[in-house]
Design a protein around this ligand. Structure first.
Ligand SMILES: NC(=O)c1ccc[n+]([C@@H]2O[C@H](COP(=O)([O-])OP(=O)(O)OC[C@H]3O[C@@H](n4cnc5c(N)ncnc54)[C@H](O)[C@@H]3O)[C@@H](O)[C@H]2O)c1
Length: 162
């Protein structure tokens, strides 16, 4: 592992060969993260199954197309791209669909996190950034408070402790 330096973005870089894998990199948040990290000089490999994302958002950045549920694909991507950090943004986030298909959501959001963490841990990847779901809070149209201060809405699968 190379010398540790702090980049202008504040991200720590371990030598010149460090690559960040951005899961959900073709999503709304992910594609902005990929662009921002590349602007900051970081090497980035987006991984996305394109279930709700679009490769066209990546402005030509090569995409690894596949699921975070695919352990061998994650391992291969880590190895081939010398991944030393992961930003995990791949997720399903539709409230109505999550209520209708809770087991699908647990599989996509919870099991895929387990598979990813297993691969990352096995490879000794030192940095992992996880964005949790945007939808844990109660819908409360009359409350002026921010979603951060509202109680979690346990009626949706995304807000229940796993
Ligand atoms: N959009 C927001 O304002 C916001 C705010 C806070 C947190 N978040 C959270 O950030 C994450 C991303 O949100 P978004 O708005 O970019 O959603 P999005 O649907 O645009 O992006 C998710 C991406 O993940 C991909 N994906 C889904 N499941 C996958 C899997 N198993 N394997 C590989 N790729 C998979 C999709 O194809 C998509 O490109 C979610 O967890 C969301 O809850 C979003």
């Amino acid at each position: 592992m190379g010398d540790r330096v702090v980049t202008p973005t504040g991200l720590r870089r371990y030598g010149a060969s460090m690559t960040w894998m951005v899961t959900g990199g073709a999503g709304y948040i992910g594609s902005h993260v990929v662009a921002a990290m590349r602007s900051a000089g970081e090497s980035v490999v987006p991984l996305d199954d394109l279930s709700t994302g679009y490769a066209s958002r990546l402005d030509g950045v090569p995409l690894v197309e596949g699921s975070t549920l695919d352990g061998p694909l994650i391992e291969r991507t880590q190895r081939e791209h010398s991944v030393h950090g992961v930003v995990h943004l791949a997720a399903k986030k539709q409230v109505e669909e999550s209520v209708r298909r809770p087991l699908y959501y647990y599989h996509q959001n919870v099991e895929s996190l387990r598979v990813l963490l297993e691969a990352v841990t096995a490879a000794g990847v030192p940095s992992f950034v996880f964005s949790s779901t945007a939808r844990p809070s109660t819908a409360h149209p009359t409350s002026p408070s921010s979603t951060r201060t509202r109680p979690a809405d346990r009626s949706t699968p995304m807000a229940r402790p796993s």
